[in-house]
Write a protein that binds this ligand. Structure first.
Ligand code: NAD
Length: 438
């Protein structure tokens, strides 16, 4: 199959490289010239484990290439994927579909022969209808089908998620092109069908909603355990044991029950708000998700207060070290990361903030005014009155704590990811606080 991938960000680049690895011929397109120049030089513009090798192999074997102008690739493609961003629209929280609409316009004028246009971006219910209408308006004679195929990969584990998915959701409307569209989609994902097929065919609106429902449910699960953590602190219980105790129940499941500073990242914050807006628009409000959004926003803003509570004093004039800035480990993605709330709140309260992140500092430096970026975790903790573990990168789990203690002005550690044990830390002479542990 010949694939054109419009948008070569976290989703487009990973999906494109994986489809190439499945044996298809893929052109990843991006309108950002610097991204394409870097890719053509053999550089990977994002940090995603394993992506450099996957890209290198498939480029070398002639199945994967990159282009700023996708005209030729779109003309000859069996499937054109739209994998552009759908950020929150300023002001109202609806998904901003301007990039999706622009991509549809570009595609419309170019496709030749039967082409499946696939929205991989996360888009609100009804967007497939809009994409179809745009193509039909621009090119009334085009022979095409618009299919929804939302992506569920997680940054940091994206390649494994794409190649071994729990399911692949494919939304196809029952029209004249449906059978041909299903055939193309099945062929694209054929390598996944060796054992039990993970392909789930539904109609297009259902597929679009599945993506939001999945993200909203996961965001709600995190928010639930975060509230339980606060209750644990109030009543003297341990949230990790509560999470284990409920997670062993198969109806609940152990994943996404880690209490922390509130969810962030490139998907949950914008997708929960977009779902709330869609639901309100259709007169079927999702009050659980509305509460999830509000509780999570308040939580991220409250985290700086935990530092003061652990210090037992104001942070005014104190030095606070942040370890980890990205929204989770193994990515350089800073979108809606909790650090973007925590650092400014500490600075506003008069603290001097210094930080280290293994992969995110380049991006973080653009977003975090007044934070001093350091070259290592040990440089960051030097002279600090409090250290805050914001992101649970592996290297922070294995810190030489005696060295940390010696470097710090006073040994105070606020562990927003519960990667250390309170007893150990107390034994080592730290004033320590985690999340939800008595
Ligand atoms: P991203 O910002 O990393 O990448 C989007 C890319 O699209 C950018 O490089 C941009 O330059 C390019 N682009 C925009 N308009 C274009 C056009 N007309 N032609 C060519 N290129 C264009 O975004 P992302 O994280 O890859 O997310 C893409 C979509 O996938 C979003 O809808 C997101 O919600 C969804 N999604 C993301 C993840 C994730 O973990 N990042 C997971 C699942 C789904």
């Amino acid at each position: 199959m010949r694939v054109a991938m419009i948008g070569s960000g976290y989703v487009g680049l990973v999906s494109g490289a994986c489809f190439a690895d499945f044996g298809h011929t893929v052109v990843c397109i991006d309108k950002d010239p610097s991204k394409i120049e870097r890719l053509n030089r053999g550089e990977i513009p994002i940090f995603e484990p394993g992506l450099d090798d996957l890209v290198e192999t498939n480029v070398r074997d002639g199945r994967l290439s990159f282009s700023q102008d996708g005209a030729e690739a779109i003309r000859t493609a069996d499937a054109v994927f739209i994998a552009v961003g759908t950020p929150s629209r300023r002001g109202d929280g609806h998904a901003d579909l301007s990039y999706v609409h622009a991509a549809a316009e570009e595609i419309a004028g170019l496709i030749q022969g039967f082409t499946v246009v696939v929205t991989k971006s996360t888009v609100p219910v009804g967007t497939g209808d809009e994409v179809e209408a745009i193509i039909r308006r621009v090119n009334p004679d085009a022979d095409f089908a618009v299919v929804s195929n939302p992506e569920f990969l997680r940054e940091g584990a994206a390649i494994g998620d794409f190649k071994r998915p729990d399911r692949v959701v494919i939304g196809v409307n029952e029209d004249a092109a449906a059978e041909r569209a299903r055939t193309v989609m099945s062929e694209l994902y054929r390598p996944l069908n060796l054992n039990e097929s993970p392909l789930l065919f539904v109609n297009r609106r259902t597929s679009e909603l599945i993506k939001y429902a999945a993200n909203a449910f996961l965001a709600m699960k995190i928010t639930f355990i975060n509230e339980m953590a606060d209750l644990c602190e109030a009543v003297g219980a341990d949230v990790q044991q509560v999470a284990r105790g409920i997670g062993l129940d198969k109806r609940i499941g152990a994943k996404f029950l880690h209490a922390g500073p509130g969810y962030g990242g490139s998907c949950f914050p914008k997708d929960t708000i977009a779902l709330v807006r869609t639901a309100q628009q259709y007169g079927a409000p999702t009050r659980l998700i509305e509460a999830t959004v509000a509780v999570n926003d308040a939580r991220k803003q409250a985290m700086a207060g935990r530092v003061e509570k652990t210090l037992g004093a104001s942070v005014q004039g104190k030095t606070v070290a942040l370890l980890g800035l990205t929204f989770k480990p193994n990515t350089d993605d800073m979108r809606d990361a909790p650090s973007l709330d925590i650092a400014p709140a500490l600075i506003a309260a008069g603290a001097r903030v210094q930080a280290f992140d293994p992969e995110g500092m380049h991006e973080a430096a653009k977003l975090l005014d007044g934070v001093e970026m350091k070259d290592s975790a040990y440089d960051a903790v030097q002279g600090a009155d409090a250290v805050v573990i914001v992101t649970e990168w592996d290297q922070f789990r294995a810190l030489d704590l005696d060295r940390v203690k010696l470097l710090m002005n006073q040994p105070v550690l606020v562990d927003l990811r519960n990667i250390y044990r309170p007893e150990d830390m107390q034994r080592r002479g730290f004033r320590y606080s985690g999340i939800g542990r008595g």
